[in-house]
Structure formats: structure tokens, C-alpha cells
Design a protein around this ligand. Structure first.
Ligand code: G3H
Ligand code: 13P
Ligand code: ZN
Length: 325
């Protein structure tokens, strides 16, 4: 299904739909198990990098398998969106639409404003012929956005959003209010340090900018990228068993909880899944040096990701129990 009704209900209901990236079968299985157990709608998203890694055709059929698997697990009417994350060209978006994706993102955020509008509108015009919904982006997140390199981040300008949404016809808008991609969202000099734990405490998101945007576009679906929280227990496990992730820091869950209650109706999480998977694998291999069957270490990895997904759905985004029927 596409995101239209899903987002309408999420905005009205004060919760957000989880958008989890997947590259592997274990991630896909964990996402489906978590969504079914919590009776949550879910967006399964695929990046250009995921298509390069796993093969576009395989991922497309994995998503079809995900729907069948959800039914097999007892969910009569699963609500699963297959979404392209950070599409960087019309051709990539078209390819996904032609392959059966129900939603695409065209990320023109690094382009000049008018070029972003023109590219987004071109994708919207094509996508809407097939009832595929389109996410656009305005404002630049810090760091590297997949293939889209942002040299400097800047918050979304509230004064631009009405013009942008009207002229492009996009169905949802990703904004920049201080989140960023990856496991190192803030430099130590942007944070304070908790004297007890020595851990970094990040600066708060720009909720004033979000409020301004909501005022300009009441009820319009807003998306937050770069919303992993970088759970410190997973970081500690990785570091304990041979990893090296000093000062990894994410968005505090309390702030995501707050954002979910607003017009933010899609929250993107990828890095937390990577951390959950890596922590479980590192621990398993360190404790079982004689094991070499991938099923032995991928099983706890899948369990750990499922636990994380359920936690996000139930305790952070609030999308549990929100299936239409
Ligand atoms: O926003 C980026 C996502 O985390 C996808 O990352 O391009 O490494 O697959 P990727
Ligand atoms: P994280 O790196 O914070 O998980 O963000 C993922 C994302 O925005 C995917 O588009
Ligand atoms: Zn993103």
C-alpha cells in the first residue's frame, strides 16, 4: 500500500509510522515479526546502496515475501509500504515505481531550490499516475546523505514549505531540524558530557522550526530522517567485544516521542538496526569462537533487531495497535 491513508491516520492519531531500512533477509524478517506482534503499520525502505548490495530484484521480491510472511504469522491485513529511500534521480524513482514500489523519496535537498522543485514535480507527476506516493526533502541534514553529499546542514526554512509543497504536489516532506544520518550525529564539541557516565549529551532538536512548519502546513505529513538513537548499551557491547565506536551518539528517544505526537508521521531508523545486529554478532562470536555456521550468529542478531524494532514501535513512535482492521 502507499502512505496516503497511513499518514492521514498517523497525523490525526498523534503517532509516527516506523520506516526501517533493510538490506538483508534477517532485517526483513525482524521488521515483519515486530510489526505483526505489535499490530503496527510499517514502512520497509530500500536505499540505492541497498539495491547495489542486495540486488534490486531480490529486494523487491523480499518485500512481496514480507507481506506473505506477515499473513503467515497471523496478520490478516498487513499494512506494509515498500519505499525507496533517498532516490537521487528521476530514473531511479521511475525504476522503483515500475518495479512495484508503493512509495518513493526524491531527495533534491542538495539542489538549488528551483531545481529541487522541478525534479520533485517530475517524479510526482510520474508516480501519481500509478498511485505511488512521493516524499520530498527541503533543508539539508548534516553529513552524508547516501549519495547526496551535503557540505553544510541547514534547517528547513518554514517560509519555503507552502510554496514547495504546493508547486511539487509531494505527499510528504522530510525536514531538517537537527537530526543527521549515521551513528555519529553530533561532534563532541556540539554536546555536553554527562559527568557520571562520560557519555555525550546531544543538543535538542529545533522544535521551534517544526512548530513553524506545522503552522504553515497544518496536518501535512512531515518526515524525520536520521532518527536513530544509537542505544548506548549496544555501543558498549560492540566496544566490549572488539569494536571501536568512541563517542557514537544519536537522537534521544524522548525527543522522538515528542515529535511523533506532532505532524511528524514517518521516522527513519537504520543505524540502530545496524548496531543491534553488530552487537549481537560480536558478542556471539566472542563467546563461541568455535562456531562458524552463520545461522548460529545471525539468529541472535535477528532476535536483537526484532527487540529493538518492537521497542521503537511501542515505546517511542506509538504505532502499535494502529492497523485499520
Ligand atoms: O539514510 C541513509 C540510510 O541509512 C541508508 O544508508 O545508503 O548506507 O544504505 P545506505
Ligand atoms: P539513521 O542513520 O539515524 O538510522 O537514519 C536513517 C535514515 O534517515 C534513512 O533514510
Ligand atoms: Zn535518510
Amino acid at each position: 500500500m502507499n502512505t496516503r491513508e497511513m499518514f492521514k491516520r498517523a497525523v490525526a492519531g498523534g503517532y509516527a509510522i516506523p520506516a526501517f531500512n533493510f538490506n538483508t533477509m534477517e532485517q526483513m524478517q525482524a521488521i515483519v515479526m515486530a510489526a505483526v506482534e505489535t499490530k503496527s503499520p510499517v514502512i520497509m525502505q530500500v536505499s540505492k546502496g541497498a539495491r547495489n548490495y542486495a540486488n534490486a530484484t531480490i529486494l523487491r521480491y523480499m518485500a512481496e515475501g514480507a507481506v506473505a510472511y506477515a499473513k503467515e504469522l497471523g496478520c490478516e491485513h498487513p499494512e506494509i509500504v515498500l519505499h525507496l529511500d533517498h532516490g537521487d534521480s528521476f530514473e531511479l524513482c521511475k525504476d522503483c515505481i515500475d518495479m512495484g514500489f508503493s512509495s518513493v523519496m526524491i531527495d533534491g535537498s542538495s539542489l538549488p531550490y528551483e531545481d529541487n522543485i522541478a525534479l520533485t514535480k517530475k517524479v510526482v507527476d510520474y508516480a501519481h499516475q500509478y498511485d505511488v506516493t512521493v516524499e520530498a526533502e527541503l533543508g539539508v541534514l548534516a553529513g552524508v546523505e547516501d549519495e547526496v553529499v551535503a557540505e553544510e546542514s541547514h534547517y528547513t526554512k518554514p517560509e519555503e514549505v507552502i510554496d514547495f509543497a504546493t508547486r511539487t504536489g509531494c505527499d510528504s516532506l522530510a525536514i531538517s531540524i537537527g537530526t543527521s544520518h549515521g551513528a555519529y550525529k553530533f561532534k563532541p564539541e556540539q554536546c555536553t558530557r554527562d559527568p557520571k557516565t562520560g557519555k555525550l549529551v546531544p543538543p535538542p532538536l529545533a522544535f521551534d522550526v517544526l512548530a513553524e512548519i506545522e503552522k504553515k502546513l497544518p496536518g501535512f505529513p512531515i518526515v524525520l530522517h536520521g532518527s536513530s538513537s544509537v542505544p548506548q548499551d549496544e555501543v558498549d557491547t560492540i566496544n566490549k567485544f572488539g569494536g571501536n565506536l568512541p563517542d557514537a551518539v544519536g537522537i534521544p528517544e524522548e525527543q522522538l516521542r515528542q515529535a511523533s505526537k506532532s505532524a511528524v508521521c514517518k521516522i527513519n531508523i537504520d543505524s540502530d538496526s545496524r548496531l543491534a545486529m553488530t552487537a549481537a554478532i560480536r558478542q556471539y562470536l566472542a563467546e563461541h569462537p568455535d562456531h562458524f555456521d552463520p545461522r548460529q550468529y545471525l539468529k541472535p542478531a535477528r532476535e536483537n533487531m526484532k527487540k529493538m524494532y518492537i521497542h521503537k514501535i511501542v515505546n517511542v513512535l506509538g504505532s502499535d495497535g494502529k492497523l485499520a482492521e
